[in-house]
Design a protein. Structure first.
Lengths: 418, 278
């Protein structure tokens, strides 16, 4: 720089210690800013769970699971140095609220991906919004056939289609209890239960040469019904070898109690909705066969550690039953967010507001190609329809405990198995 | 406006039409707890017309409204024999009957639901909701509305002065059903998926609640009620688990302080007077 006297002012500067320190400090700040610009200070993820309404128990335990994972991640140094923040919204298991929640998380909270919603009905309405907003949404419980397939490429489900599970569950049920005839009873108000009871189970039973004694006279009830005595009386009069109960466990308990009361002690088969500890206490003498990808007494280092960490937290939370155990849906949502964290770490996600669209696409691409991610029950990937490729177990519950009888895998062509 | 608020306004528009459907029937002194059934008819029929037949959404909504209106008139005739809580129970039964029908109607997906509708915008929803509300506000100033009020206040006296009370009550049912059907059609095309569980008893209660909360003596009351019912729970999200308890408490407080609902003719006159004075 040349001053008015024509001499170079830079030459006149004397290196004072204070000025040198100031320069160094400015340089340090600049370097710090440089590293901060490469990675945001916070990584925002979202979750949609039903903390109120008919599935509040699952939603509340999902929330505890997510808070635990958030703390574990941040205590371990965060994600690439950035703090993990999970914003959890309650949808009350209402599809419209789930869709609004997704819009809030995507548009206002700028999250990079969403875990949820829980129910298939909510997923049916929310997944199209996920596609519109270009944001990954992965359901932790939806297992109604084809829900993710209809909403590619942004919709995923960390669950297995009930049709796939029934193809392994029913042959075991037939063989274990020498079943030749069954009666079917289902919850007509629950979309998944009704689909399983009216379409999936009848087709799989027929394929396994099991006769349905009430095929022309389907027996159903509605979510919330407390008296199913008439339906169970009818079932008893048909004297089947076994009973298909297609309902969420809390509703299925009503049927099992009535079966016990009327002395209809026949083996029961159903879908993933039956898996819970509570159902085994309702009628301990009735054997129940159902598929699951996780259960609280599951063996394995990851699963046992997960249960050991989560169970005390669940039991400490007010509003949850004192004997609560981690559910399959807690495991699923834990795996979903863990997969997102894996994607963020490995695919160059920055978490910066300016990169939000690119970051979301990176997470989607990572999940679409995911193979062999170590979940709680073994490796996880996704098939072309957005459903999980993972290990599942046909469980038999009796006298208070679930026992593994068959291990299966929801493998798909051109994808790695379990 | 963010897409989140747009979705809430869309919900409010759909709820407004549902509330207006109750309000129109209530204006003749009849309480219907089954308007979700008319909403279901509109949702399923309009979805069938747009998805299976390829009809544009506007004519599909009009056809659905006419069909639901005819069914409303048919339901309205037997309802003439019932009053008060008995009518409410009968309409509730009709609602459950329609829900069960759609559960067992495989042509429209049964309990598995129905897909394939094209998404409609919040602007389109409010064009319908605002249009119907505007027409209703005009009708509220007409002789027809006075006749409906006369039936509401004293049906016997209204008959004695020469009013055709049967036609008035049945027409109210038909028009209310048509408005509920439009609400259903808009719901189906906004959410692009419907299932029978969307049209249960809780939905009918939401309609009645929006009408009573906002004010059951003015169409404008339904607007206030619908906006409150949609937005209030969302604004209470920061209090997390206590959100619904706080929402319920607020509803009780409002109804304790204003039994007639938030808006009534006196309040509206008062507001108008203040504006005129200034």
């Amino acid at each position: 720089m040349v001053n008015s006297n024509g001499t170079n002012s830079m030459l006149k500067l004397k290196p004072k210690p204070s000025r040198l320190l100031g320069t160094l400090a400015a340089l340090a700040v600049a370097l710090g800013a440089g590293s901060a610009s490469a990675q945001a200070q916070e990584i925002a993820l979202g979750a949609i769970v039903p903390s109120s309404g008919p599935f509040a128990e699952w939603g509340r335990s999902n929330s505890v699971t997510l808070r635990m994972l958030e703390k574990q991640t941040n205590d371990a140094g965060g994600i690439n140095g950035a703090k993990l923040k999970i914003t959890i919204l309650d949808d009350g298991a209402k599809p419209a609220q789930a869709a609004s929640s997704l819009r809030k998380l995507a548009g206002d909270e700028k999250v990079l991906a969403i875990a949820g919603p829980l129910t298939s009905s909510a997923a049916e309405v929310t997944f199209p919004v996920a596609n519109e907003m270009k944001l990954v949404a992965t359901s932790q419980a939806s297992s109604k056939p084809g829900v993710a397939k209809l909403n590619r490429p942004w919709a995923f489900r960390n669950t297995i289609d009930e049709g796939v599970l029934a193809k392994t569950t029913v042959p075991y049920f037939k063989k274990a209890f020498n079943i030749k005839t069954v009666g079917i009873i289902f919850d007509a108000k629950d979309a998944t239960a009704a689909t399983v009871g009216k379409a999936i189970m009848p087709a799989v039973l027929k394929a396994n040469e099991i006769a349905i004694v009430n095929e022309s006279d389907p027996l159903s009830f509605n979510t919330g019904d407390l008296d199913v005595s008439a339906q169970v009386t009818k079932l008893k009069s048909l004297n089947p070898d076994g009973v298909v109960v297609s309902a969420d466990y809390s509703q299925a308990i009503t049927v099992l109690r009535e079966m016990k009361r009327q002395g209809l002690i026949k083996p029961v088969v159903g879908a993933t909705q039956l898996i819970s500890s509570a159902i085994l206490k309702a009628a301990p003498e009735i054997p129940i066969v159902a598929p699951a990808t996780f259960f609280a007494t599951m063996k394995g280092e990851a699963a046992e550690k997960f249960v050991a960490n989560l169970q005390p937290l669940l039991r400490k939370e007010s509003g949850l039953p004192a004997e609560i155990e981690p559910s399959m849906y807690d495991a699923n949502i834990y795996e979903i967010v863990s997969m997102y964290i894996d994607a963020i770490k490995k695919s160059g996600v920055t978490g910066k507001p300016a990169d939000v669209e690119a970051d979301r696409a990176k997470i989607r691409d990572h999940l679409a190609k995911l193979e062999g991610f170590q979940g709680l029950g073994g490796p996880i990937g996704f098939n072309d329809e957005g459903d999980a490729i993972k290990a599942f177990y046909v469980l038999q519950g009796q006298n208070g405990t679930w026992d593994t009888k068959v291990r299966g895998c929801s493998s798909a062509p051109n994808h790695a198995g379990c | 406006m963010s897409t989140y608020y747009a979705s809430l306004f869309a919900e409010a528009g759909i709820l407004l039409l549902g509330a207006l459907s109750v309000y129109i029937i209530l204006a003749t002194g009849q309480l219907s707890l089954g308007n979700a059934a008319f909403m279901a008819i509109g949702a399923y029929l309009s979805s069938y017309l747009t998805v299976a037949i390829g009809m544009p959404v506007t004519p599909a909504l009009i056809v659905s409204a006419i069909a639901a209106g005819i069914i409303g008139v048919i339901v309205g005739f037997p309802a003439l024999r019932l009053k008060g809580i008995y009518l409410a129970m009968a309409t509730l039964g009709f609602g459950e009957m329609m829900r069960s029908f759609f559960i067992n109607f495989p042509a429209m997906g049964g309990s598995g639901g129905f897909h394939g509708m094209a998404h409609i915008s919040v602007g389109y929803i409010w064009a319908w909701a605002g249009g119907i509300l505007a027409v209703l506000i005009l009708v509220e100033r007409s002789r027809v509305w006075l006749e409906m009020q006369a039936v509401h206040d004293d049906e016997t006296a209204a008959g004695l002065v020469g009013l055709n009370t049967v036609a008035i009550k049945v027409s109210a049912f038909g028009i209310g059903a048509a408005v509920a059907a439009i609400s259903g059609g808009l719901f189906a095309h906004h959410h692009v998926y419907i299932e029978p569980a969307n049209f249960g008893f809780e939905r009918s209660i939401d309609f009645v609640l929006a009408t009573i909360l906002g004010g059951s003596t003015l169409g404008l009351g339904s607007l206030i009620g619908a906006i409150l019912l949609v937005f209030l729970p969302e604004f209470l999200r920061p209090i997390a688990d206590w959100r619904l308890a706080a929402f319920g408490t607020l509803l009780i407080l409002v109804l304790l302080l204003r039994r007639q609902g938030i808006v009534d003719r006196m309040l509206l006159r008062g507001l108008t007077f203040r504006k005129a004075a200034s």
